[in-house]
Write a protein that binds this ligand. Structure first.
Ligand code: NIG
Ligand code: FE
Length: 410
């Protein structure tokens, strides 16, 4: 039995097995002189310091530093070939994200590089990102397919994530998402025919490899009706569903997510008033990606208003080679607090419990509670305000994954 005990822990954690909505997002349990015990990767005890020692357990003395649940980056496109710095520079000179896509760049550009890359190359690249993420406190990351678009390359992306998940010493768990509906592949002239292919041929093949299914619902990509057809079929096949919604223009993607009982609606820069109401009345998590708004020079999603109206908000990075080539958790905290007026407590809930709910995993991760995975972050300060205040800089000292130290600069 492998045991790890964290003593002198200044614990801050949300509590529960489902997303926290509205004002509840700001309520963290605080145990100033606490202790966390992890046995065989599972949290056995969280609470005030206890007397006595266990004979054969590893002990980490947190020395009063803040101890939080591991961060969960619930929206990334982690596995991809190549990079697109030229497109970034074109955007800096005034081109829009969509105009580059219409000229044949964008997602299809990365599709070509991803189809060409070997499985091992993609594994090595994803692991490079995972090492960086772990240093920033991430213990679970979502990874989407969607840069293969044909059968073989979509399965290749999902196999890459399965290979990383098969390593018993992995630094993160990857929650896998099938995003075949990311763009129309060049082999298809017609969106409906491609959706038929995804529903009839791909969903049965990715079952078991992907936990969830996502689609890019956007003007010029997939319509609301097409997204509804795809996601309904995915839900019937047993996938949790997610949706890239209202990112570039208002389409009603948030309303569709609520209607379908989706795990999450993501982006939401241009969410409608009705969309906010519908999400607040539903169990769908509103996943906001402030790094993408920042890199696209778009207005931030109305995070403050969504929380005030009762939504469950999660935060994620959207790491991808196009719209947002960043997996920075520190900058996500900073942008959420500086530009979306979230409190640091709300931002912590958004990157832990609510992110877990956005992956359908709130029963097993997202809080420090007995029975959940031993995924823990120790900051290098006793003060959680360091997370946004130390802007874009890393304030994580130790990341613990399933009871083992995954990264440390203590
Ligand atoms: O979430 N919006 C769609 N997908 C990604 C961008 C993908 C890309 O540009 O490669 C996003 O922003
Ligand atoms: Fe995305």
């Amino acid at each position: 039995m492998a045991s790890l005990k964290i003593i002198n822990a200044n614990i801050y954690t949300p509590v529960g097995h489902k997303a926290a909505k509205g004002a509840k997002m700001g309520e963290l349990l605080h145990i100033p002189d606490g202790e966390v015990c992890i046995v065989d990767g599972i949290i056995e005890y969280v609470g005030p310091a206890r007397d006595g020692n266990c004979s054969d357990c590893e002990v980490i003395d947190a020395k009063g530093r803040a101890v939080l649940p591991g961060f969960i980056d619930s929206h990334t496109h982690l596995v991809f070939g190549g990079y697109r710095p030229d497109e970034f520079m074109w955007r800096m000179r005034g081109d829009s994200y969509m105009s580059i896509m219409e000229r044949g760049g964008g997602i299809v550009n990365t599709m070509k590089a991803t189809r060409q890359a070997s499985e091992q190359e993609l594994i090595d690249k994803a692991k490079w990102y995972i090492d960086r993420m772990s240093e920033m406190g991430v213990t679970t990351v979502e990874g989407k397919s969607g840069y293969g678009l044909d059968c073989e390359a979509e399965l290749k992306q999902l196999r890459v994530m399965a290979a990383i998940n098969a390593d018993p010493d992995r630094k993160v768990d990857i929650a896998t998402t099938y995003l075949g509906g990311h763009a129309l592949p060049p082999e298809y002239a017609d969106h409906e025919a491609y959706i038929d292919f995804m529903i009839n041929e791909m969903l049965p093949k990715v079952k078991g490899l992907a936990d969830n299914c996502d689609i890019f619902c956007e003007k010029g990509v997939f319509t609301i009706e097409q997204s509804r057809r795809m996601l309904k079929a995915a839900a019937e096949a047993g996938f949790g569903v997610k949706i890239h919604a209202d990112e570039i223009v208002t389409t009603g993607g948030a309303e569709l997510a609520a209607e379908l009982g989706a795990l999450s609606a993501d982006h939401l820069l241009h969410i409608s008033d009705q969309g906010i109401k519908d999400l607040a009345a539903s169990n769908t998590v509103a996943t906001l990606l402030p790094l993408t708004a920042f890199t696209l020079r778009e207005p931030f999603a109305p995070g403050r208003r969504m929380i005030d109206e009762g939504c469950a908000v999660a935060l994620a990075t959207d790491l991808n080679p196009g719209s947002c080539c960043s997996g920075s958790i520190p900058l996500t905290f900073a942008l959420a607090c500086i530009y979306m007026n979230m409190s640091v407590e709300e931002a912590i809930t958004a990157l832990t419990l609510n992110a877990a709910a956005a992956l359908g995993r709130a029963d097993s991760i997202g809080t420090l509670e007995a029975g959940k995975l031993g995924d823990v972050v120790i900051l290098d300060s006793d003060n959680i305000s360091m997370l946004p205040y130390y802007t874009g800089m890393n304030s994580v000292a130790i990341t613990i994954k399933r009871g083992k130290v995954a990264s440390s600069n203590f």
